[in-house]
Write a protein that binds this ligand. Structure first.
Ligand code: 5GP
Length: 143
């Protein structure tokens, strides 16, 4: 049987405003903020506000709205960083690489010939993350 959603996971705390984040975008159903251990400059996360562990237990209507925000952020990071492409990744359960158990999508600008850093590697400088969030917001026209 699938494990239950834990309302005390770190992203649930960010959604409740109990832990800060470098916010990029928010609407009624979704939230987007900078990944604290980016695999590359501009690594952004997109979450539905509705609780689910991952893709496997999410409601289809939640997936429909979150993918719209994923597309918006993908366009925003590509423009903000003048990237050559955008990588979107999403893990389901620990053996697949998931470490935080609230559904989220990674949106990462990619540059020709530049490899990504490791998943959940080094913590980024907060000033850099704040600057990158501002750059993406400006590219989205919400700066
Ligand atoms: P997962 O492995 O579950 O797909 O990825 C979780 C992501 O969340 C990782 O890339 C990790 O760097 C990021 N992360 C973990 N804790 C925090 C946090 O407290 N704040 C932010 N902004 N990102 C986090």
């Amino acid at each position: 049987m699938a494990e239950a959603y834990d309302p005390n996971n770190i992203f649930a705390k960010i959604l409740r405003g109990e832990i800060p984040c470098h916010k990029v975008f928010e609407d009624a159903d979704t939230l987007s903020f900078m990944d604290i251990m980016p695999q590359g400059d501009g690594h952004t996360l997109v979450l539905p506000k509705a609780p689910s562990r991952n893709l496997l237990d999410a409601q289809p209507e939640v997936l429909a709205s979150v993918i719209g925000t994923v597309q918006r952020i993908a366009k925003g990071v590509k423009a903000a960083f003048d990237a050559d492409g955008v990588f979107v990744q999403q893990f389901n359960e620990a053996p697949a690489g998931q470490t935080v158990f609230h559904l989220h999508f990674h949106v990462i600008p990619r540059f020709a010939g530049v490899p990504l850093k490791g998943h959940t590697g080094q913590m980024a400088d907060h000033a850099v993350l704040a600057d990158h969030a501002a750059k993406i917001r400006a590219a989205l026209g919400i700066g």
